[in-house]
Design a protein around this ligand. Structure first.
Ligand code: IMP
Length: 389
């Protein structure tokens, strides 16, 4: 049994950096694209044959007919959302069932997990996506969660009922959710797909592209706790979620947007308010792909970026959405100071990405973080992409 080389795509900010597009562009070189953490809180927006498609759980390699898509043990699956997503992709003419494989350790999001987000106060305080992510990971770590391996257990329906009742009894004043028919439809779909041992399955291949979701600053340990998601969005998540040792890790692509956004609550040192923020939200389409919420917007933060690069061992950067900034007279970048009193360097704006001012902006980032920009996304479409390294 060999050991694949695992190249990785990670978000370096608070998510929504454009990882889906980077994965789609790189995927053609790999037999497998694998998710290793997260669940339907993710929303990877891609343009397929001119049509906007948002992927929540299925890896962004799915548009390449020769690429297998794998969901590894560190991830969560909501059967209802998953079935809808498969249906939506099939309606686009994709044949995908034979290209999907799921780790037996992937854990299920049940209707009760989504319900818990509605009735308990933490989710509102943090501003979660309300997809049941926190409660499902909490069950995983409390060792009462339901991995896909349990789908083969004849007692599975009983287990679902018991876990539902376990949580519902803490909220006697609110009636617990019914388990809808669509849940069981999703379960049947999951039963029909290969559910494999992640350790062995991964080792059949020579190369894997690991697709991160959310971003480094949302990591459960390394992020801005408690304003984080409940998984390891960082390189640590790749090892645990795909059952590979550190020697397997090859190129680590760090994806960053030319400015910063954040959905939900929590600290944001470079946040911009007022008309400029509204302009960025509008021009950059900064509205959550999963929840439809407007994203908070701010300048690029090199202090946070250096941290994310060091933490993940990033070898090359992919810079996205610099085209959104075209037309601004001035672009700022945080270079230091404290989180409450950040200091900035100011750049003259650019009209196109061929302008000298933009090149200077890129050179400055590269010098400051000592990692090259190896790819540039120049617009939303697949062909708006330049690869240098
Ligand atoms: P959760 O992952 O739904 O528990 O949400 C926790 C925090 O992570 C909230 O601030 C969410 O807005 C944020 N979050 C989760 N997934 C994403 C994502 O894919 N992009 C951006 N923010 C996300």
């Amino acid at each position: 049994m060999g050991l694949p080389r695992v190249d990785v795509v990670l978000g370096l900010q608070w998510g929504d950096e454009g990882k889906g597009k980077v994965v789609d562009a790189l995927a053609v070189e790999y037999p497998v694209v694998a998710r290793f953490q997260g669940g339907p809180n993710a929303g990877h927006t891609l343009y397929h044959q001119g049509q906007k498609v948002v992927l929540h759980q299925i890896p962004a390699g799915i548009f390449h007919p020769n690429v297998l898509c794998f969901i590894g043990d560190g991830a969560l699956i909501d059967p209802e959302v998953f079935a809808q997503e498969v249906k939506g992709l099939e309606a686009l003419g994709l044949s995908l069932r034979e290209r999907l494989a799921l780790g037996r350790g992937v854990q299920l999001i049940l209707p009760i997990h989504r319900w818990l987000e509605e009735v308990s106060p933490e989710s509102a305080r943090i501003g979660t996506t309300r997809r049941g992510i926190g409660p499902a990971y909490a069950d995983r770590y409390a060792r009462r969660g339901l991995p896909l391996a349990q789908l083969d257990n004849p007692n599975f329906p009983q287990q679902v009922k018991e876990l539902t009742a376990y949580h519902a009894r803490h909220f006697s004043d609110v009636p617990p959710p019914e388990i809808p028919e669509d849940f069981w439809v999703g379960i049947e779909l999951l039963r029909s797909l290969p559910r494999v041992d992640t350790f062995s399955w991964i080792r059949q291949f020579d190369r894997i592209l690991a697709e991160g979701s959310q971003g480094t600053l949302l990591d459960i340990f390394a992020g801005t706790y408690p304003y984080v998601t409940s998984s390891h969005t960082t390189i640590a998540g790749v090892l645990a979620g795909l059952s590979v040792p550190p020697q397997a890790i090859g190129t680590v692509w760090g994806v960053l947007k030319a400015y910063t956004t954040r959905v939900g609550s929590g600290p944001f040192p470079t946040e911009i308010h007022g008309p400029l923020a509204a302009w960025l939200q509008e021009k950059g389409g900064e509205r959550g792909a999963t929840t439809g919420r407007l994203r908070r917007c701010g300048w690029l933060d090199l202090v946070a970026l250096r941290y994310a690069i060091a933490l993940n061992g990033v070898s090359v950067l992919a810079l996205t959405k610099a085209d959104v900034l075209c037309g601004l007279p001035e672009v700022k970048v945080r270079i230091g100071g404290s989180d409450t009193h950040p200091t900035y360097k100011s750049f003259s704006g650019w009209l196109t990405l061929n302008d000298e001012n933009f090149k200077e902006f890129v050179r400055f980032i590269e010098q400051e973080v000592r990692v090259p920009v190896g790819a540039l996304s120049t617009g939303p479409n697949r062909e708006d992409w330049k690869r240098y390294l």
